[in-house]
Design a protein. Structure first.
Length: 291
C-alpha cells in the first residue's frame, strides 16, 4: 500500500465546522497549528507497521501431503493521537488505519489483530472507517482486541466494538462518551486570531471536557438537538457491543473519563494487561471458536 497524502481540503472543512468526539481538545492542537502555519511535515514511515508477533511454529501438511512449517502471527496496529478520517500533516487518518487492519487480517498467517489505542478521540467522521474495519476482521473469523492506554470519546467508541478491551496500566483511562461541536464565528473577530471559536455541548455530555471548558453563552438548542442524535448513536453502539457496561453509573454515559480500575469496574474494559499479555490472549482466542 502506497504512502498516503494528506487531504488538506477535508481537514480545513473538519476544523471549521466538524462535530467532535474528543476528550482534551488540546490534544488536537499540533494538527491545528501545523495546518494553520502551512507546515510541510513528513508523516512517519509505516513500512514496518503493523507489528507482527509470532507464536510457536507448528507442522502442518500442505496439499501434497508434505510437512511444512507454519507460524501464527498477531498483527498490532497503532491508533495514536487525535483521530481524523483522512491524513493530516501530523498523523494518518482512520481510513488508512482501517485499511491496514483489513489488509493484515487478510493474511493467512495472521490469527488475530490487536488495535493499540492511545487517543483522546477526534472528529466524528473518523469513527466509521475503524468500526467497519473491526467488523471486517471479525467477519473473517479472526478476533480483534483493543489494548488501551487512553481510549477516550471516539477512540473508546472504536474500542468498544472489539472482542475485548484491556487497559495498559493503572493510570490508563477510558470513557468520555459524549460529543461537542465547534463553529467559527467570523462576524466578531478576535484581534489575535481573526475569528471566534464557539464550542457547543449537548445536555447528554454535561461532564465532557469539563476540566477546561466554560459555559457557552447564547441559544444553541438547535445544534444541541443535532448532537443529541450523535450521542444516542454513540451510546447505542457501546451498550450493544458491551452489554456489561454500567450505563446508569455516574458519568459513564455523560462524558466522564475513568482510570483503568474504574473503567473495569464500570464494564468499560475487561482488565488491565500489557501489550504483550494482550497479544498472548489474542493467540489463545484465535485458537477457539468463541469470536
Amino acid at each position: 500500500m502506497g504512502k498516503p497524502r494528506p487531504n488538506y481540503t477535508q481537514l480545513a472543512s473538519d476544523l471549521m465546522r466538524g462535530n467532535w468526539l474528543l476528550s482534551g481538545a488540546a490534544g488536537f492542537l499540533p494538527v491545528v497549528i501545523g495546518f494553520l502555519n502551512r507546515q510541510s511535515m513528513e508523516l512517519p514511515d509505516l513500512a514496518d507497521e503493523p507489528r507482527f508477533y509470532a507464536d510457536g511454529v507448528e507442522t502442518v501438511a500442505n496439499d501434497n501431503g508434505a510437512a511444512v512449517r507454519s507460524v501464527k502471527k498477531v498483527a498490532v496496529i497503532p491508533l495514536h493521537g487525535a483521530m481524523t478520517k483522512y491524513d493530516t500533516c501530523t498523523s494518518y487518518g482512520t481510513s488508512y488505519i482501517g485499511r491496514r487492519m483489513v489488509e493484515a487480517a487478510g493474511q493467512e498467517d495472521v490469527a488475530a489483530v490487536v488495535l493499540d489505542i492511545d487517543s483522546g478521540g477526534g472528529a466524528c467522521n473518523s469513527v466509521a472507517p475503524l468500526v467497519e474495519a473491526v467488523r471486517a476482521v471479525r467477519a473473517a473469523g479472526k478476533p480483534v482486541l483493543a489494548h488501551c492506554d487512553a481510549a477516550l470519546s471516539a477512540a473508546y467508541w472504536v474500542a468498544s466494538q472489539c472482542d475485548a478491551v484491556y487497559m495498559d496500566n493503572p493510570l490508563s483511562s477510558a470513557g468520555s462518551i459524549g460529543a461537542y461541536a465547534r463553529v467559527v464565528d467570523d462576524r466578531a473577530q478576535d484581534p489575535q486570531t481573526g475569528w471566534k471559536i464557539i464550542e457547543i455541548y449537548p445536555p447528554e455530555s454535561a461532564d465532557k471536557n469539563r476540566a477546561y471548558r466554560e459555559a457557552i453563552d447564547g441559544d444553541s438548542s438547535a445544534m444541541e438537538r443535532e448532537l443529541s442524535v450523535l450521542v444516542g448513536m454513540f451510546r447505542d453502539a457501546v451498550t450493544s457491543a458491551r452489554p456489561q457496561v454500567k450505563a446508569d453509573a455516574p458519568g459513564v454515559m455523560t462524558g466522564a473519563d475513568f482510570l483503568a480500575g474504574a473503567a473495569v469496574a464500570n464494564g468499560l474494559a475487561d482488565g488491565v494487561k500489557t501489550l504483550q499479555e494482550v497479544v498472548e490472549i489474542a493467540f489463545a482466542l484465535a485458537d477457539t471458536d468463541d469470536i
